[in-house]
Design a protein around this ligand. Sequence first.
Ligand SMILES: *Cc1c(COP(=O)(O)O)cnc(C)c1O
Length: 430
Amino acid sequence: MDFSSSKSLFAKAQQYIPGGVNSPVRAFKAVGGSPIFIKSAKGALVFDEDGNEYIELINSWGPMILGHGNELILKAVSDAIQHSFSFGAPTRREVEMAELLVNMVPSVEKVRMVNSGTEATMSAIRVARGFTGRDKIIKFEGCYHGHGDSFLIAAGSGAVTFGTPDSPGVTKGVANDTLTAPYNDLAAVQNLVEANKGQVAALILEPVVGNMGCVLPAPGFLEGLRKLCDQEGIVFIFDEVMTGFRLAKGGAQERFGVTPDLTTMGKIIGGGMPVGAYGGKAEIMNCVSPAGPVYQAGTLSGNPIAMAAGLAMLTYLNENPEVYQQLEATGNQLVSGFQATNAKLGLPYTINHVGSMYTQFFTDQVVTDFPSAKSSNLAMFGKYFHAMLQRGIYLGPSQFESMFISTAIDQTMVNRIIEANEDALKEIHA
Ligand SMILES: *Cc1c(COP(=O)(O)O)cnc(C)c1O
């Protein structure tokens, strides 16, 4: 395969953009080598600047659940742009979008549109703090909630020690307000809450984690957190930026039957345009300005073009529940294919899977939290990634990512991916 155009673009990009990319994981640092510059995509296929073609399982990190260049969304966007790009004033589509979201996600009674998942989570914890009059939040090791300061905090040791900033530029003050627990460890959360009694405003987590690779909540974990938040008056926030509209029409909360107080959304909600949202109980959302005192705003929030794309996407998902059956079937087929291959080749690898999300971890441990995810052989994953790329399959370029399946993956592609996986595993273990 020739990657010369991508390589020369990356060389130039590094002159003008920090690290050559506008979001770190794109730089391929976790797998080695030089990133591929994408030129176009259609369905499940992406085409790079050198004319190489790949079946992809990134889906722009989730949004392209119907595949690339979906006709419904293309049409909605091209109709919308005829009427100008932005007004900074209320529009009809924002109301339709809010109404649809409230219908699709029953725990959401009121919703505010923003421009990214990061904005949604930042805003949600501000509202939780405003609502409760408390300062601290609890998050989980290995979950990702965007790049807001409050979330870039590494765990402290034990329940009472403060966390430390995980990035230069984040202040100790912020670290002092962020508590971090191990995922799937209810007792640890109970200890944190006990040690910080009456001070915790919010508990935020990915109900299914996508950002340390795919990790499922242990039975009873979400229910236990719900109960604890009720007892302690803590705002329970599901970050469904990744799982929303993917694991079910109503997200992970529908699939697992646990209801949060607030939900953050992004990715699929914009159909590929930059959109996020946060919403939940009316009592809490009524704190948001101008209904209430908690300030949050956005010049381009509810942007008409973005709303057109998102509305077309969500309307389709809402009206076509068979989408989720199809994603489920494709996911099951792929993962049982991978498992059969591992059995055949005698490889001990762990595959975590739910619906249209999965991760093959290069470890023999059961993966339930960040330490077990980190037991993976990252060098082996890097080799596997490039071996798959050589076979025309473009995976997320890190062991700590979930793969995303779209409805554009057909039977032929399923077979091709399973074959490529077996071939690639044989090559890297030869
Ligand atoms: C992607 C992601 C975010 C951040 O969204 P951006 O649009 O990248 O700011 C937040 N939370 C979760 C769970 C995500 O997967």
